[in-house]
Design a protein around this ligand. Sequence first.
Ligand SMILES: [Cu+2]
Length: 657
Amino acid sequence: MLMISFVLSFGLLCPQDTITKETAIDEVVVSSTLGSGKKAASKGRVASIDEHLGKLSKVEMVRRGNYAWEPVVNNMATERVSTTIDGMKIFYACTDKMDPVTSYVESSNLQRISLNSGLDGNPQATGNIGGSIDLKLQRVGFDARPEEYNLSAGYESNGKVQVYGADAAFSSHRWYTNFGVFYRHADNYKAGGNKQVAFSQFKKTNAFANLGWQPADDHIVEATVIYDIATDIGYPALTMDVAKAEAVITSLAYRREHLSGLFHRWESKAYYNHITHNMDDTKRPDVAIHMDMPGKSQTAGLYSLLQGNKGAHYFLLNYDAYYNTLFADMTMYPIGGQPMYMLTWSDVGTLNTGVAATDDITLNQHHHIRLSAKAAWQHQRINNDEGFQALSIYFPGMDRGRSRFISRVAASYAYEHSGWKVAIGTGYGTRAPSVTESYGYFLNNTFDQYDYIGNPHLKNEKAIEANASVGFSNEIVNIKAEANAFFFQDYIIGRPDTRLSAMTLGAAGVKVYQNLKYAQIVNTSLGAEVRLAPWLVFENHVKYSYGRESTQARLPLIAPLSYLGNLRFNWRRLQAEGGVRMASRNSQCGSEYGETPTPGYAVWHLNIGGQFHIGKVITNLHLGVENLFDRYYSTYSDWNHIPQKGRNIYVNASFTL
Ligand SMILES: [Cu+2]
């Protein structure tokens, strides 16, 4: 977890263009075929995106089942985190957060996942108080190996998970293409003690194709298509499942390389993506009122990015714009009664356009400064009359649309000398409320059993960030202590409104999103890695976080004290690892917000794997055990305390020719 890669290569497809930068960007390498993937999961290419994301030290995952976990960055969930795919904005289509956008890609689509912590977001990010995740697509590029073929397969004993993938890549000086298909299937898994977790199955297929064309040197056209479909997905923590979640993601880009003058690279991209999400309660026993709940999300956008350098400066300038619409409705079928219809996201359109700039200044080999800023204008409007009228009952005289100005700035300074590295940073940013927070209509939340109504009168949320880290590394040790703190003003969260009555049967009441005066989130971590022998590394990581709001209540879903310990062995082409993950009971949980404490636990794991050459074929083989002692447990971020997997033996292989 400590192995933070500080090296970012820009202009991936042109090695001569590579510029090494010192930044606070954390990343996990997904594709193992490219090598040097220090943090790549031991499950390699067949690991899910969720498993890869979980390797990032500032990321936790909220689980509502065995599929589509929600990434939480610096203890902030989707509303405060920006997720982009190669700079493209994409928004989930489920009012119950069953489909974080990371669920619409596959490991085989990705080369790496990069995370910018806090307000220092990537250029296309918006609303990123907690951080911004960019999923970098796997493109073979020009002048790579003329042809390459990959096959991968994996099996997990718990839940009989099967994973199969095949992809191919062709490359020349003028053209390249890589494409593939990936399939995943899981039955219900078993928690510790052989307890079956009903409704935890899923099926997923993902197909992708990338195409590159270079009609003249350094004039590059690139296109991407991803089609992802998941069916029969169970959500044991929720009262409903998903019949189908489907995404089409497309982009077309034009890029110039090796320009002379101030800017050496210019890239413009237009994109469109479309998500459909259909929930399903027909397989559940004892459903009092059957419901149909589909959701739809469409986003069209573009960005244009200039990269340049002059003297000590390395800078980026970006313009971006997108238009997203979210539509969700619900039809209830009471037994013996008339169906009832309700719009939950009433075709809300969001137009957002902004400019961003970053400057990395290398004063000399010891001093480094990074500045970043973004300003954006956003207009949001309820496009559906019926939905507007329904919400107007609760907010008489409300406007149908609303414009907002959002911005962020961040600055950091790093000092490096003889193995020591000290960094401090600060930032200020504002966030527009999400569609759910502004215009959601009776969205039932199974976490606290309340129905939620959006509030069109919300003010922008504001936050000040301060962060600091100190580290030391040499051949033997690598130690890093890190802390960041976020001070919010007008923090947005749902609070009970006793005047309203709930729509959902058995709901505890209605909550309306409000701006709280202030809130704080503090995250601290300490990591130490010791090389005990040339072939043996002992890795330790401790984390502690804290969150409180202005009524002095604790915020919900804040990670408890946790520890990760690993012993890593390297012998020739073999790597092996054994370790433990531990967490304490989160007795200081957000009880005011419906959270109940989760007991502490310790869970052990083992794995071994390596890369071998069999003739011309490069073979990656891995074998491992998770939850070695079959412990029954759940983490603080397991929705409604659904248990984690019990003992799980996995094996996977990938072959590259
Ligand atoms: Cu859903």
